[in-house]
Write a protein that binds this ligand. Structure first.
Ligand code: SF4
Ligand code: SF4
Length: 79
């Protein structure tokens, strides 16, 4: 199963919980800070994402949306 995540970089506080939690190493820190002065995270290796939603469950800012591809359709599994 393939997954995909969408990160709201303006909500992100750069705590890195999602990086520590992701078993696939999908998420990395962006080098440019956001409007609130935090270095947010971005999805760099989306091809490895399984859609497990662990990252979204850990995010205290609810900044990550997860989508999972089941057969032909993509459905949102978590925000
Ligand atoms: S959904 Fe799972 S595999 Fe995909 S980025 Fe989040 S923790 Fe990693
Ligand atoms: S857990 Fe949420 S707030 Fe923390 S770095 Fe990841 S996206 Fe940003």
């Amino acid at each position: 199963m393939k997954g995909r995540i969408k990160i709201d970089t303006e909500l992100c506080k750069g705590c890195t919980y999602c990086i520590d939690t992701c078993p696939a190493g999908v998420i990395v820190i962006r080098k440019r800070f956001n409007k609130n002065g935090f270095f947010p995270v971005i999805a760099r290796h989306l091809e490895k994402c399984s859609g497990c939603a662990m990252c979204a469950k850990m995010c205290p800012e609810i900044a990550i949306e997860v989508y999972r591809n089941d057969a032909e359709k993509t459905r949102k599994v978590r925000r």
